[in-house]
Design a protein around this ligand. Structure first.
Ligand code: AHM
Ligand code: MG
Length: 327
């Protein structure tokens, strides 16, 4: 992991990256700058949440039938507002909304080439106890062969042009890939900018740490239970925060494996392929790790529906291999 000698902000990093593509129109850079703006707003609202009395659940449920936190809705609206003003975005899809938002109808034109999908506030049940939460996003090219704008979103994760997450923890961390390695930025609250702190981050090859909701263990398929017995025998540590962004971030830096297997309650897994698994899988693979759903590479899954769920195994390559060997 290299530390930058010179001070580079997320904004200047994006502009530098754009220079690799002389034909680029700048619209992609504008989308990432909207993500940066939205997540600074969300970070500030999270910091003030108890003071502003916006903690707790609403009466409403989201498309998944889950109770929404007030901040889920605020984060969702903030992202929609920021992305909605960017002309390069044709379609936006959020984990919180049943239907994708078609921002522009002339989506076939080359001037509106991108779709953005996001989980606005991942792990939001951590909010009431001031625990870490995050935002996850995925950017796809608009697929002109699709019959409908919604159809344009149903692409394999391998087609993503960018993905990232923002961790709202003891600091605010923006982790990004545009398919050219994984880069990490931290929000400097004094200057209001994300500053590059690590370029080309690589996940450690192996580390005796697993991250899973072990309370569900008896409902996991046998292979996962065998892996957990192996991990216990080998003296592994367990770390689990209840927010995927925080758990994946720890694995990116310290190594280990994150597991959300099928359970009795969620036989297909709990996490959402398009909003959570695909962007995290893209990041982890770009960092030298592996990401699977059972024995299938996550990025190869052809989505059938926007909100479909998947099981997840991702992290250090050697640790993912240990899990796969037990399945
Ligand atoms: P959310 O997007 O509704 O917050 O749900 C996703 C979260 C992940 O962040 C986390 O890994 C998982 O759900 C925790 O689930 P569980 O409470 O079943 O362990
Ligand atoms: Mg989530």
């Amino acid at each position: 992991m290299l530390h930058q000698d010179n001070l580079t902000t997320l904004q200047s990093h994006i502009l530098q990256e754009a220079q690799r593509f002389p034909q680029a129109t700048g619209q992609f850079s504008w989308i990432l700058s909207a993500m940066s703006l939205a997540t600074k707003v969300i970070a500030s609202k999270i910091r003030r949440a108890r003071i502003d009395d916006v903690l707790g659940a609403l009466d409403s449920s989201n498309v998944q039938g889950e109770r929404q936190q007030k901040l889920d809705v605020i984060a969702n609206e903030t992202l929609l507002r920021c992305l909605g003003t960017r002309s390069g975005v044709a379609v936006v899809a959020s984990e919180e909304n049943e239907e994708p938002m078609i921002l522009r109808q002339d989506t076939g034109g080359a001037e509106r080439p991108y779709c953005v999908l996001f989980d606005p506030l991942d792990g939001s049940s951590n909010l009431d106890c001031a625990g870490a939460v995050g935002t996850i996003f995925s950017i796809l090219r608009y697929d002109r062969r699709a019959k409908t704008p919604e159809g344009s979103l149903l692409q394999r994760g391998a087609e993503q042009v960018a993905a990232g997450y923002i961790l709202y923890g003891s600091s605010v961390v923006f982790v990004l890939t545009t398919g050219n390695g994984v880069h990490m930025f931290v929000l400097d609250p004094n200057i209001g900018a994300f500053v590059l702190v690590a370029k080309d981050v690589k996940v450690p090859t192996a580390s005796k740490i697993y991250s899973t909701n072990e309370g569900n263990c008896l409902g996991f398929p046998d292979g996962y239970q065998r892996y957990l017995r192996f991990a216990h025998e080998q003296g592994y540590s367990t770390r689990y925060s209840g927010a995927m962004v925080a758990d994946v971030h720890r694995i990116l830096l310290n190594g280990g494996v994150f597991l959300y297997p099928p359970t009795k309650k969620s036989p297909d897994g709990k996490l959402r392929l398009m909003y959570e698994a695909n962007p995290m899988a893209f990041l982890i693979e770009q960092a030298g790790g592996k990401a699977y759903a059972g024995t299938e590479r996550i990025l190869d899954i052809q989505p059938k529906t926007l909100h479909q769920r998947t099981s997840v195994i991702l992290g250090s390559p050697a640790e993912v291999d240990h899990v796969l060997a037990h399945l």
